[in-house]
Design a protein. Sequence first.
Length: 234
Amino acid sequence: MTGTVQNQTRLSAWREVLRTTNPPAGRLDVVSKWLVLTRAAVLPMTLTAGAVAGLLAVHRMGFNAGWFVLALLGITLAHVANNLMNDLFDIEVGSDTETYPRALYAPHPILSGMISRRGLALVALLVNVVDLGILIILTLARGWPVVAFALGGFLLSAAYTAPPLRLKKRGLGEPDVLIVWGPLMVGGTYYSAVGHLPWQVVVASIPYGLLCTAVLMGKHIDKIPYDWPLGIRT
């Protein structure tokens, strides 16, 4: 009975993190900690992008369920790495502080003391290395276009907050998200699953990319009073 109660408590804690991005009250278990650190609550945006690609691809000639699942895992890990790197880069350039919204709506990994800068950097590196392994496997299976999708997504995701481009600061974060969550994620996952990419799939990816862009705009409207003094022109 005690074990069942403990399991229910853990599941309740994980649901709370996935619903709010915040840790539950009380002692933080390992899974809850990493769900907070990776901002797992926003990962459904990427899982949905992969699902859109899967629905478009599943009845197409050449569809391979194994490569699709591996690509879905790859884009999800890429999102995890992006979340970790964004927190790291925003600390390094001084935009994330204890009074900035990022640290107010959920614990910031470093500012909250949940992990050190070195630890966060090492975890981000590890996730990127695992993603590199997935990229190599999919490239061997489907060819060089997989590299183009993955490299484009990585560079745009890093440039979102990382110097010298810092696209978010220059008002280019929203187009960045449109491209990454639209043609690159949906198109790249479709290509990995099927082995080719019709232009119609690229067009079909735009509405979902716009939806993710709208989410970002909502977040940035709330941050305008904080961003303006920092020179961030979203």
